[in-house]
Design a protein around this ligand. Sequence first.
Ligand code: PHE
Length: 360
Amino acid sequence: MSDLQQLETELLAAVTGAATLKDIEAVRVNALGKKGQVSVLMKGLGKMQPEERKPFGQAVNGLKQRVATALDARKSTLEDEALAEKLASETTDITLPVRPSPMLEGRIHPISQVWEEVTEIFADMGFSIAEGPDIEDDFHNFTALNIPPEHPARQEFDTFYFGKKEDGSRPVLRTHTSPVQIRTMENEKPPLRIIAPGRVYRCDSDQTHTPMFHQVEGLVIDRETHFGHLKWVLEEFFKAFFELDDIKMRFRASHFPFTEPSMEVDIGYAKVGDEIRIGEGNQWLEVLGCGMVHPNVLKSVNLDPDEYQGFAFGVGIDRLAMLKYGMPDLRAFFAADLRWLRHYGFSSLNMPTIAGGSGV
Ligand code: PHE
């Protein structure tokens, strides 16, 4: 076999053996590149005798063309294969079931939902949000609210006390959100229009009471605020909250040391089977305490009762949630039962808005 034939056999074998596009490029450079074996032969032609040059030149040219054709063919085969592989690896089986996103798995607790709903409704009426600490001092939880030491109302609250501090004072877990009234009036000048949602604590537990529960405090202080305003605000609130045009409300005369006069408000409902229907029937659930702020409370924060007056209310968030979403036992709220939460919980993408219906 001549050297040329030998070279051709080797080069064509290399072309066939190239398994990747990278290999085939290496084969091409080795054969036809500037310093490739075939190119070197072509360059040698110049030094040959004319009679030798012609047949050798033709032979090398033929070889060059056959190798180039083989290279092209192999390259396009390899390109096709690479494309096929890429397409295969990128296929998506659109018949597979959709994996539920964690966002949809998680649930908003009904308390958080109702908390947001209540906040949204009052914010829309022009109330701003105030906050206070869960661990309160005696002054804010009791004394400033016209409940002096030894006042019998202190017993009614079933207070959780902390141990005595060095100065003899005893912090408490706040028994209501009313101390936020005091903190707000201490820090801001009237006119005031605030609500304060938060956790409160009382040593009490049965179907409708848990040791920790939630309230929204409301406080309005201005020069000419009267009971009619209070009644209107509550009525508007309940209608928006329950998404009803008419609501059955019952005001009962009551007593709170920090309001005078004081009222308790019940919401009328009917129980049909397991379902709770608001605005019908003749059953009542107490959801709220309210009244005109007591002059002594105003004095305790250095406001002149002859100049300023106002109203306050405290709504039980948990009770509202029970009524609106028909959950009969309050204790289940805090039992951390996932099945309960999946059933009664809300989607995290479901923001309550007035326009969309507060609790869709
Ligand atoms: N703080 C009272 C309670 O927890 C509710 C209330 C608030 C009553 C404001 C009157 C005014 O029972």
